[in-house]
Ligand binder design. Structure first.
Ligand SMILES: [Zn+2]
Ligand SMILES: [Zn+2]
Length: 410
């Protein structure tokens, strides 16, 4: 179909503004805005067909003259971002279905080859207007803020992108879970048992690290993503456990990591301590969580009956380099699939005696259950130290000494 004929057919649907008219050919390029292109094709057709030239003045049947309100939407967007620190942003919008259905009907009726959807033009035009006023840039990949224009409700929703940083934590006190646990009695609702906190434990590593972070970043929340987790009653010492902290909806973004580290360590008062290495991003969280890093532990083992240090040390040696078959331990069976895992004991060493108990250091493949390696878990773990010693043995305290990170040497 020839251009002027197509324009005539489009206009036969109803009065249409230059933006909407130009957008029916919006992906043609030529460096024009839809507004300019619409005006150009309208004029060209009038000239070619000897029609009186009439610029558009009525109400557009597609958008209802939405594009006259761009400045209003830009002001709304800027007001919605007040008090939030950002350098880049992106505009998105929810368009009432009637508007997009109207233009899509014309696309299919006339088999148009290169129309642009109204959403794209709204996002671009409001983005340009916001940028012109604020001096901030639109960023399509990693905006600090996403503005969502809701055309039906005349509202702008602001979504602040999270920040991520990478570090290692040490947990010097036993009895602190890695993340918040709901009170078992009330499931988080708050009851007498939990002193109406809704929490089973008053603190978690996540909260001890997160509290000062929330304050510094004026954030909504802070979520800890750990490279695995130690048991509540285990300490995490040595070089510490790698983690990424997700700072949710921060109103401040330019915070110095050294001062964050400082604030966390002061506030956690030695119960937990962190070293922060660098900023991170969401993609690294997956890498961290799926990290198959080896882990090193120091444990205290209690063995029933008399046993010499030499006998104990010899029993340990027989486990070195051995593959252990572990059916999901009884104690975690309620939250993990019941299956048999194969994990290797990479290294295991006798390290002395303390209070009548033996000390051992173990380097294991990720996922090796240490307590069960010692106790045998009633035959669910094989071989085990108890099995080799032919008498009951169990771990009375466990410290994690070392966990590998996502980058070499970090
Ligand atoms: Zn229009
Ligand atoms: Zn409770």
């Amino acid at each position: 179909m020839e251009m002027n004929e197509t324009v005539g057919k489009i206009l036969s649907y109803g009065d249409c503004c230059d933006h909407c008219l130009g957008r029916f050919f919006g992906k043609r390029g030529h460096g024009l805005t839809n507004d300019e292109r619409g005006s150009a094709v309208r004029t060209a057709r009038a000239v070619a067909e000897n029609l009186p030239f009439e610029p558009f003045t009525g109400t557009c049947w597609v958008c209802g003259n939405f594009f006259e309100t761009i400045a209003v939407w830009a002001e709304r967007a800027i007001a919605a971002m007040e008090g939030i620190e950002y350098t880049t942003f992106l505009v998105g919008c929810r368009v009432p279905p009637l508007i997009s259905e109207s233009e899509e009907m014309v696309w299919s009726d006339l088999s148009l080859a290169d129309p642009e959807p109204i959403k794209s033009e709204i996002n671009r035009e409001v983005g340009k207007a916001v940028s012109a006023i604020t001096g901030k840039d639109v960023d399509f990949k990693k905006p600090d803020i996403v503005l969502l224009l809701d055309l039906a409700r005349d509202e702008v929703d602001v979504q602040i992108s999270p920040l991520f940083f990478y570090g290692r934590y040490r947990k010097h006190e036993r009895g602190i879970p890695q993340t918040h646990w709901d009170c078992r009695a009330c499931r988080g609702a708050g009851c007498e048992k939990c002193n109406f906190t809704g929490k089973q434990y008053q603190d978690s590593v996540e909260e001890l690290i997160g509290r000062p972070v929330i304050a510094l970043f004026f954030a909504k929340n802070a979520v800890l993503h750990g490279a695995g987790r130690e048991d509540i009653d285990a300490r995490m010492i040595g070089t510490g456990r790698p983690f990424i902290l997700e700072v949710v909806a921060p109103k401040r973004r330019t915070v110095d990591l050294a001062s964050v580290e400082d604030a966390i360590n002061r506030s956690a008062a030695g119960r937990v301590a962190v070293t922060l290495m660098r900023w991170s991003e969401r993609a690294e969280v997956e890498t961290l969580k799926s990290s198959k890093a080896h882990k090193k532990y120091r444990i205290l083992v209690e063995v029933e009956g008399a046993l010499s240090a030499e006998e104990f040390a010899n029993a340990l040696k027989t486990l070195k380099g051995v593959t252990i078959y572990q059916r999901t331990p009884e104690r975690v069976a309620h939250r993990r699939a019941d299956k048999v895992r194969e994990r290797r004991v990479l290294d295991i060493e006798y390290a002395g005696v303390q209070d009548g108990r033996f000390i051992a250091e173990i380097l294991g493949e990720a996922g090796l259950y240490i307590k069960e390696l010692v106790s045998g878990d009633q035959g669910r773990t094989h071989p085990s130290l108890a099995e080799i010693l032919q008498r009951p043995a169990h771990v009375t305290s466990l410290d994690v000494l070392q966990v590998g990170g996502t980058r070499e040497g970090e």
